[in-house]
Design a protein around this ligand. Structure first.
Ligand code: PLP
Length: 444
């Protein structure tokens, strides 16, 4: 593909079922609520670093990392070796017996947390992590109500679906009740813009009002993604979490940060997204990038809050699985050794500067936003009315794929391009992304 940085990696020859056969099997035997990207779906059979390969050996630059999950690069040799070693030693024990991997991982992960966030619970997915966080908050406070945010995505289990605030992801069935959604703190579309230095405090006021008008006045928790991911890389205004946490705590609530997408150094300046807001939550949930693609997630909290669920047994068959923990430990080592947080900062700045440049020539770009390698480019038909350019966004997304770049798409109207590649991309990769987006936009 034009301008794609070279790679000496040679993928294996693929000899399995064809994409048509795979599609037919999916249609017949996988549930119909799953969907695939692209009019003609692509079949990815191998990954290496920031590269993905289809069944013909065609190479793509991965600009979305399996939805922000491949953190240190596909099949990173150290992560693969750690998992393989553990596979050959013991795969499954449960926490009923002592095994060093889960204890070591908990210690190493806790060392990455600020304040008194020192106790880890391991589960398998972000949804489970959020469910457990809510259970803990309710047990610890003896309160029931939860305040989440509009435009949030917290998962697909009945509990997490209740926290989620996007009709696209909510089935028309009863969700866990007791959740209300405060105003989306969006500087681009909301009533308070980036030119208002008090915007963070003003948006946070809705948390207080929701507690006062919609609950008994006592809540169990306030939960927010540190950057709204599925919602289109919406960055919270400065000071927002500080004020929202104050309101929540004043009404008995614990503060939960969902770091499923924004954690592990992706924001570039900090290891955790909430740190960009200068706050320390009471409970942090994490998944996706924690394991570079294996089913691994965690809830981290303080010893005092953790005690609240100690009066019952909490058991999770695969939580703390030795293979997943070995993989998670290797991910932490690689992030550190390869200085991937610093790379997120540098590459994120390069991409943002490049996308801002594109915004000067492509009127369809309404806003470029994000932190580090968690970026969004929102497309609008008109910069004044901000009418979402959803069809155009789909066309650009499709054109990028044809040009060799795979990215994501999000936001309530599906009009925001999401760029969240593995954290190991190079300066040449970032240039290719900018040039490819330029070409795709020019083709509209
Ligand atoms: C911010 C956030 N929280 C939670 C989840 C749910 O994670 P999982 O799909 O692993 O259940 C997601 C998934 O996209 C997410 O983006």
């Amino acid at each position: 593909m034009t301008g794609m940085p070279p790679s000496s990696f040679v993928p294996q020859k693929y000899s399995g079922p064809s994409p048509e056969e795979v599609l037919a099997m999916r249609s017949a035997h996988l549930h119909p609520a799953i969907f695939h990207y692209y009019k003609k779906p692509i079949m990815i059979v191998q990954g290496h670093g920031q590269w993905l390969f289809d069944h013909t050996g065609r190479r793509f630059l991965d600009g979305i990392g399996g939805i922000v999950t491949v953190s240190v690069g596909h099949c990173h040799p150290e992560v693969t070796a750690a998992a393989q070693r553990q596979q050959e030693t013991i795969v499954h024990t449960t926490t009923l017996y002592l095994n060093p991997e889960v204890a070591l991982f908990a210690k190493e992960l806790a060392a990455k947390m600020p304040g008194d966030l020192k106790v880890c619970y391991f589960v398998n997915s972000g949804s489970e992590a959020n469910d457990l966080a809510i259970t803990m908050a309710r047990a610890a406070t003896s309160n029931y109500d939860i305040i989440a945010l509009r435009n949030a995505y917290h998962g697909g289990s009945p509990g997490a679906m209740a926290l989620t605030s996007h009709h696209t992801w909510k089935f028309n069935v009863p969700h866990a009740f007791g959740v209300q959604h405060a105003q989306m703190p969006d500087l681009y579309r909301g009533p308070f813009g980036a030119d208002d230095p008090e915007a963070g405090a003003k948006y946070a006021r809705d948390v207080k009002e929701l507690v006062q008008f919609g609950t008994s006045g006592r809540i169990a928790a306030f939960i927010a993604e540190s950057i709204q991911g599925v919602g289109g890389a919406v960055v919270l205004p400065d000071g927002y979490l500080r004020h929202a946490y104050e309101h929540a705590r004043a009404h008995g609530g614990l503060c939960i940060a969902d770091e499923v997408q924004s954690g592990f150094g992706r924001t570039g300046t900090h290891f955790w997204g909430f740190e960009t807001q200068g706050v320390i939550p009471d409970i942090v949930t994490m998944a996706k990038g924690i394991g570079n693609g294996c089913p691994l997630a965690a809830v981290v909290t303080t010893p005092a809050i953790a005690k609240s669920i100690a009066n019952r047994i909490h058991f999770n068959t695969f939580g703390g699985n030795p293979v997943s923990c070995a993989q998670g430990r290797a991910v932490l080592r690689v992030i550190e050794r390869e200085k991937l947080q610093a790379n997120c900062l540098a590459r994120g700045a390069q991409l943002k500067e490049g996308f801002d440049r594109l915004a000067r020539t492509h009127q369809i770009i309404g806003q470029v936003r994000g932190l580090g390698l968690m970026l969004g480019v929102e497309l609008v038909k008109d910069r004044v009315t901000k009418e979402p350019a959803s069809a155009e966004c789909a066309a650009v997304f499709e054109a990028c794929k044809d040009l060799g770049l795979l990215i994501g798409k999000g936001g309530l109207f599906g009009n925001t391009l999401r760029i969240k590649p593995p954290m190991c991309i190079t300066a040449a990769d970032a240039e290719f992304m900018i040039a490819t987006l330029d070409r795709a936009l020019a083709g509209l």
